[in-house]
Write a protein that binds this ligand. Structure first.
Ligand code: PRP
Length: 183
């Protein structure tokens, strides 16, 4: 039996399915980035597990970089403003084909902002990759270039995703019990 910690109601995307999704995305990226200078840009913190698994499955040589933005306060709702907390440090953006790696797209504001930001900074190309997408929650027009799985509007945790910094280390994506945030 898999371990379900208190506060996690059920598993939404099991480990085996995540593995297949990541393999599939890696194959698509390999096809599309042959001969390019691929830079995987991990958006901290939630994307760190997906990023680690994805980069191990790629055959295309890839550099890695990190950014951190803050768009959410604590809890389950987005404050809606994107602020850069950690920027890319490299200077050779015009030579880089960036693939932004995200755990989840919700309102779409973070990725829409980051794509525009990197293009303004002179990146050669910018594409986006997300493990999960909640299209019902979109507040701005945004479609990721690579998407692992569309999910319904439920609060999910695990595989990098948190609730107030908890549950990130779970190996699957689970649904948070309403009782945790409706107290
Ligand atoms: C989450 C997620 C995305 C963003 C998506 O990050 O990792 O970066 O929210 O939401 P949006 O589409 O509404 O912009 P979060 O702010 O929770 O930070 P974390 O990754 O450090 O947990």
């Amino acid at each position: 039996m898999l371990y379900l910690p208190e506060g996690v109601e059920r598993i939404l995307v099991p480990q085996e399915e995540i593995d297949e999704i990541v393999t599939n995305i890696a194959e698509q990226v390999d096809r599309d980035y042959a001969g390019k200078r691929l830079v995987l840009l991990c958006i901290l913190k939630g994307s760190v597990v997906f990023m680690g698994d994805l980069m191990k499955k790629l055959r295309t040589p890839a550099e890695i970089d990190f950014m951190k933005v803050s768009s959410y306060g604590s809890g389950t709702e987005s404050s809606g403003t994107v602020k850069i907390v950690l920027d890319v440090l490299r200077k050779d953006l015009s030579e880089c084909d960036f693939l932004i790696v995200e755990d989840i797209v919700d309102s779409g504001k973070t990725l829409k902002y980051l794509v525009e930001y990197l293009k303004l900074k002179g990146a050669k190309t910018v594409k986006t990759c997300t493990l999960l997408d909640k299209p019902e929650r979109r507040q701005v027009e945004f479609v990721p270039d690579y998407c692992g799985k569309q999910i319904p509007d439920e609060f999910v945790v695990g595989y990098g995703l948190d609730y107030d910094e908890r549950f990130r280390a779970l190996p699957y994506v689970g649904v948070l019990s309403r009782s945790v945030y409706e107290k």
